[in-house]
Design a binder for this molecule. Structure first.
Ligand SMILES: Nc1nc2c(c(=O)[nH]1)N[C@H]1C(S)=C(S)[C@@H](COP(=O)(O)O)O[C@H]1N2
Ligand SMILES: [Mo]
Length: 424
């Protein structure tokens, strides 16, 4: 008999695996017993569609740490456990904004290219819309993603997948390659970096090595086929694929070519990595290889004994995903998961592993390897490299512990160290 990883096809089809209603309870044609929605004409048309009202709980989780005096500083996290595939619907793309979403008039907005260029240029949005474009599926992950599992939280807290790892979303971005615009302005020989600045009230700005700008950086105008949402940077944003989200400047208004990094407030006060030895690393750009089981997840409905479809996402800011493994025995053995669809550079993949839970206490975890052979670290190995309270660039393995009653909890693999820290 043909096996569907772990489950027999017969078990699935016979309904012994997953409960199905016997076909006899369905009427052959419309009659008295038909459901109400078959007896009256349906709703008419919408100019812009919305999800079913029954899916009202599929929403972003908002966190505004300075709500009283800076309500626009914070995050809205993608509910990863509620979604399938790899694309994030536009209304659920995570948002990280430092000072709110500016209400930009796209007709007035301008992009200035200046600094070490032959000819400084100013672009209107209508100009940019005429340029040749390209479409790529890229993830954006905030450098602070998974901070709830970082050294800032020595004890594991129980939150759903999305409310721990939901500062990562994926879109099909369409825009003008930045290199074409820079070449048009004429890059001077001594230019090695550029400064990118946003038109928000925080004027977020970051330094980007020219090499990356000439490689795959996009001035994005479209997100999953429609114009970028205000939260994502309308009318234009940078997409610097694979690198920490902060550098993908939204509401882009200015690019200045420079010899050296500008050392802006946003790259000196934040996004640097405090090491265990007290030194600090600056400019950790790529988001390293990572995966997470999105279902099942902590904070959701308890698991039932029997077949469990384990699924999740894996990505790497350094290339493609080579493989994803799943362990259901605390990392003693690892099983190769199935990967859905095309595997493109700097785009996540959806992985799947069919498993039968015997009802005993256990844990499930996933581990990704990328095309450069980087392997996702265990939390204890990640954590030990950094200082107390450090939270950026956490790509460590997420462990979900399953208890006999089916409840799922967030689990750390190094309790000794965490207990020590929580006392400090
Ligand atoms: N102008 C501007 N660009 C910005 C930000 C911002 O606050 N202002 N936030 C940055 C951060 S920290 C991240 S993680 C990404 C988030 O992009 P998103 O909100 O579209 O998910 O945008 C980056 N670009
Ligand atoms: Mo971020």
């Amino acid at each position: 008999m043909k096996k569907i990883k772990g489950l027999t096809r017969r078990a699935l089809l016979s309904g012994t695996a997953i409960s199905v209603i016997p076909a006899s309870s369905f009427a052959q044609s419309i009659n008295e017993g038909s459901p109400a929605w078959m007896k009256t004409p349906g709703e008419s048309f919408n100019e812009y569609g919305l999800p079913s009202s029954q899916e009202i709980n599929t929403k972003r989780e908002i966190f505004q740490p300075y709500e009283e005096y800076a309500p626009g500083a914070g995050v809205a996290m993608t509910p990863l456990e509620k979604l399938e595939g790899i694309i994030t619907p536009n209304g659920l793309h995570f948002e990280r904004s430092h000072n709110g979403v500016p209400n930009i008039d796209a007709r007035q907005h301008e992009l200035l290219i200046h600094g070490l260029v032959e000819t400084p240029l100013v672009f209107k949005i209508e100009d940019l819309l005429k340029y040749p474009m390209e479409t790529k599926t890229y993830f954006i992950e905030c450098g602070g993603n998974s901070f709830y599992n970082s050294n800032a939280f020595p004890i594991a807290i129980d939150r759903t997948c999305g409310s721990i790892h939901g500062l990562m979303s994926t879109s099909e971005w369409t825009g003008v390659p930045l290199k074409n615009i820079l070449k048009e302005a004429g890059i001077k020989k001594d230019a090695l970096w550029l400064l990118a600045e946003g038109a928000d009230a925080g004027a977020m700005s970051r330094s980007i090595p020219l090499e990356k700008a000439l490689d795959d950086t996009l001035i994005a105008l479209y997100q999953n086929g429609e114009r970028i949402r205000p939260e994502q940077g309308y009318p234009i944003r940078l997409v610097v694929p694979g690198w920490e989200g902060n550098i993908s400047i939204k509401w882009l208004r200015r690019i200045k070519l420079t010899k050296k990094p500008t050392y802006t407030k946003d790259e000196t006060s934040k996004y640097s990595d405090l090491l265990a030895n007290g030194k600090t690393l600056q400019f950790t750009f790529p988001m390293e290889v990572k995966s997470v089981i999105t279902q099942p997840t902590a904070g959701a409905i308890p698991l039932k004994k029997g077949p469990v479809h384990i699924t999740g996402l894996a990505w790497s800011g350094l290339g493609k995903i080579k493989k994803v493994e799943v362990s259901t025995d605390k990392g003693k053995t690892w099983n190769t998961a199935h990967i859905d669809g095309a595997n493109q550079k700097l785009s996540p993949v959806r992985f799947r592993y069919n498993w039968i839970w015997n009802g005993e206490e256990c844990s499930i975890e996933s581990r990704a390897t990328d095309s450069k052979n980087n392997v996702q670290p265990q939390r204890k190995d990640w954590s030990i490299k950094y200082g107390l309270g450090h939270l950026y660039h956490n790509n460590s393995i997420q462990i979900w512990r399953i208890m006999p009653d089916g409840q799922i909890y967030n689990e750390y693999d190094d309790l000794a160290q965490n207990e020590k820290w929580s006392e400090e």
